[in-house]
Design a protein around this ligand. Sequence first.
Ligand code: FMN
Length: 345
Amino acid sequence: MRTRNPTVPFYESFLKPILFSLDPELVHEVAIATLARLSRIPWLLDVLSRSGDNRFNREVFGLRFPNPLGLAAGFDKNGMALPAWEALGFGFVEIGTITAQGQVGNPRPRVFRIKEMEALINRLGFNNEGAEKIAVRLGQLRGRPQWPKIPVGVNIGKSKVVPLEEAASDYLRSFQRLEGIGDYFVLNVSSPNTPGLRKLQEGAAIRELFAAIQQQNQGKPLLVKIAPDLVSGQLDHILALADEFRLAGVVATNTTVNQEVIPQDKRRPGGLSGEPLRTLSLGILHHIKKHSSLPVISVGGIMNADDAKQRFDAGAELVQIYTGFVFRGPRLVWEITESLRKKGE
Ligand SMILES: Cc1cc2nc3c(=O)[nH]c(=O)nc-3n(C[C@H](O)[C@H](O)[C@H](O)COP(=O)(O)O)c2cc1C
C-alpha cells in the first residue's frame, strides 16, 4: 500500500504564494500544460501516485470508483491530463464542459480570485476544443495503458452560437460523438456563463433534453448538473423528470449567481465558487436526499475533509472539488481520501 504524499508541504508553503501572485487563468493553463506533460512520463506518474490503496472501493450507478473524491468539471475541460488526476489520488475525473462546436469563451480577464474568502468568480463561457477534436484525441488514448483506471465522466453543454430552442440536438451531437469516451455523462444546464442556459432547467426544455439523449443512450449513466440557485419547485420538477427518464443521478451544484455573501467591491458578473458556496450546495443536497432516491455527486464549497464528511453524512454518494483544489492544492486530495480511509467510508 502506497500512501506517500510528497506534494503536501511543497504546494502551500512554496508554490502557492508564487502562483497566487499571477493571473488565475494563466496559472491554470500552466498547470494543465505541466500535468499534461507529466501524464506522458510513466515513472514520474508512479512517483506521484498513491493509488495502490483500494480499500474504499465504491460502486455508484454501476461504475466502480476507487475512492469517492472526483475532480469537478471545468478544470480539465479538454481532457488533457487524465493520468495525472489518477496519480494525484482522485477517484474519478469529470472532463468538460464540452460543446459540439469548439469555442473560445468570453473575453479575458474571466477568472478572479477572492483570496480572503477562498472563493473564485469565473465567466469563462465554455472555452473548449469541441466534441469532434476531443473525441479524436481521447479516442486514440482510450484503449492504451495510459488511460486511467478511474472513471472518466464527460460533461456536455450547449454551443454558444446554437439557439436555445435547438439545444437538445446540439447536446445530442456532443453525446453521440463522445459516447465511446466517457464512463458517465453529465448534462450541464446550470452554467451562468452561457446566455439563457439555465432556462434549460425549466418547463418543457428539460424534458425535451432528457428525452433526446435517453432515446439514443445505449446504457451510459446520464446525470444532470444543476444550479444552487433553483427554488424548490424548480428542483422538484427536475428531480421528477430525472426519475421519469431514468437518469443515473444529479451533480449538485454548479457555481452561484448569488453574490450577496461577498463584499460589494468583489462582486463581478460570473459564477461564484468555493467557501461562500458551501451552505447553498449543502442545502440543495439535503433537499434532493429528502425528496428523491437519486444518487448525488455533491460539489460546491468542499474546502477540507470535514466538508467532505458532512456531504457523505448528508447522503452524497460521491463528492467533487474545484476551488478547494486551487486553494489547497494536492494536499486536499490527500486529506480527504486519508480521512475517509480512517473512518472506513
Ligand atoms: C474556473 C471554473 C470553471 C468552471 N467550469 C465549469 C465547466 O466548464 N462545467 C461545469 O459543469 N462546471 C464548471 N465549473 C463549476 C465547478 O465544476 C463546480 O461545480 C463549482 O465550482 C463548485 O465547486 P467548488 O466550490 O469546489 O469550486 C467551473 C468552476 C470554476 C471555478
